[in-house]
Design a protein around this ligand. Structure first.
Ligand code: HEM
Length: 451
């Protein structure tokens, strides 16, 4: 019989201890809290949070218990911008949408996006030269925005995609600030930040609605995600409404670019610290591509590059925590948690746990060799979440990261300027607190490349 008591957790004097700890250094606080056990009680003000850190318990929740959970309160806050898109919707509406949006992410279709991904990497390369110093997070954000703009809306809307991207940056900065502040301003609050936020939301709405209107006029499949969404039907054969299309497009734009850009920038950072691993990635790409452009077929062949990306997202998961609020009482690990409690699954802690990974802080891409990886628990590593709400863009993101990394490393080595370390700012995603400056060192003369 499960006990009706809470699991242990850090001392929480006057109910403020956890708030203070989480505000001061959230990642460190959650890491230290792991000593209380696989389930950690972490109430903050009037909210009841529980850290779920053990892979078995994560699986029991995300994969088996999902029906009695919904996204946490903060994710629902994102609904102010994302409306009822796939990230924020729930229940029957989410199930219908997931089936519809999945059409745009079937493997055959994702592979057709490879050329756009590689072309975007080449546009970045064309802008750079030997010896240039670039802010790596900003550079990767531009690159992945270019990719998501083209794959979502097709290439001929580059200017518009940039405008949407700028507005989305204001929006995601706004949410990062909101997340960090214990006091949440109401939507009507007349601050300059709220004003910029509302303006950015209006801009995104206007642009995306315009693109959808234009596209409705022509029935052709332009090969992009929007075409797939326009053709999608629910079980009764009904197409998406304009409002739903708008919500899905903005959701994919927002969910699809910042995460991958963080993964790429952090990988380049790690490679700059591990020259022997960097040399292997370069060698794999240079031998395979030998001066030609990468294609979707190369994705499977760039095995070592794939392991490097996986390992980088273990140490620096772009989404570092997932939250679920309980819709009814839920039994887990010998405890019963109450309706309204929020379970937090913390990639940052589980991915770095010595119980799950040997020498957990070591950057070791070969731990992902099939014979070594097969003994790992499926939920010890979950950068894309798990269960039915697993990231719909996970294969897209992996192909993008691998092809882009291989393409960039063929031409340049990325050297970290001295005196910098990666400092993290946990917000909606695990961003860098301060961008890192990297110098580009060309690999001999730039190779002539067949188009
Ligand atoms: C390295 C890159 C990425 C990471 C680490 C990542 C991570 C995640 C995670 C952890 C979730 C689950 C959140 C939860 O359960 O609450 C998620 C959901 C989602 N992601 Fe990603 N993601 C990435 C790239 C992408 C891309 C490229 C797209 C689209 C182009 C995308 C679209 C989505 C959507 C629509 C959902 C919601 C799925 C649903 O609830 O059914 N993501 N992502």
């Amino acid at each position: 019989m499960p006990r009706l008591r809470r699991p242990p957790g850090p001392p929480n004097r006057l109910g403020l201890g956890n708030l203070r700890g989480m505000m001061q250094d959230q990642l460190q606080y959650m890491t230290e809290a792991a000593k209380y056990g696989p389930l950690v009680d972490l109430p903050i003000l009037s909210e009841r949070y529980v850290l779920v850190l053990d892979p078995d318990l994560i699986q029991q929740s995300l994969a088996q218990g999902y029906a009695v959970m919904q996204k946490d309160r903060f994710t629902h806050e994102l609904g102010r911008v994302l409306g009822q898109g796939l990230v924020t919707s729930e229940g029957a509406l989410w199930r219908t949408q997931r089936k519809q949006v999945a059409r745009a992410f079937i493997p055959r279709r994702i592979r057709t996006y490879a050329d756009s991904m590689v072309a975007a990497a080449h546009r970045s390369l064309d802008d750079w030269s030997d010896g240039s110093v670039i802010p790596i997070h900003e550079a990767m954000a531009e690159l992945t925005l270019d990719i998501v703009g083209r794959t979502l809306f097709d290439a001929d809307v580059r200017g518009t995609a940039k405008e949407v991207g700028d507005a989305l940056k204001v929006i995601s900065d706004f949410y990062s600030d909101v997340l960090e502040s214990p006091i949440k301003p109401p939507p009507w609050w007349p601050s300059p930040r709220m004003f910029r936020f509302r303006k950015a939301v209006r801009n995104v709405d206007r642009i995306v609605s315009g693109i959808i209107d234009d596209r409705r006029q022509s029935a052709e499949d332009r090969g992009d995600l929007l075409s797939a969404l326009l053709q999608a039907q629910d079980d009764e054969g009904a197409a998406m409404s304009d409002q739903q299309l708008r919500d899905e497009c903005i959701t994919l734009f927002l969910a699809g670019h910042e995460t991958t850009s963080i993964a790429l920038a952090n990988t380049l950072y790690l490679l700059s610290k591990h020259p022997e691993i960097e040399a292997r990635v370069h060698q794999e790409a240079a031998n395979l591509l030998a001066g030609r452009r990468a294609t979707s077929d190369d994705y499977d062949r760039l095995e070592y590059t794939g392991r490097v990306i996986k390992e980088s997202m273990r140490l620096y998961p772009p989404v570092y925590t997932i939250g679920r609020q309980l819709l009814e009482d839920f039994e887990l690990g010998g405890y019963t948690f109450a309706k309204g409690d929020t379970l937090l699954f913390v990639q940052w802690v589980t991915h770095r746990s010595a119980q799950c990974f040997s020498d957990p802080l070591r950057f070791d891409p070969n731990r992902w060799l099939p014979e070594r990886a097969k003994s790992m628990h499926k939920y010890a590593y979950f950068p894309f979440g798990g269960g039915p709400r697993i990231c719909i863009g996970n294969h897209f993101a992996m192909m993008e990261a691998v092809l882009v990394l291989a393409t960039l490393l063929c031409d340049y080595r990325f050297e970290l300027l001295p005196g910098q370390t990666l400092e993290l700012q946990p917000a909606v995603t695990l961003r860098a607190a301060k961008d890192l400056q990297m110098r580009l060192v060309a690999r001999g003369s730039k190779p002539a490349r067949a188009a």
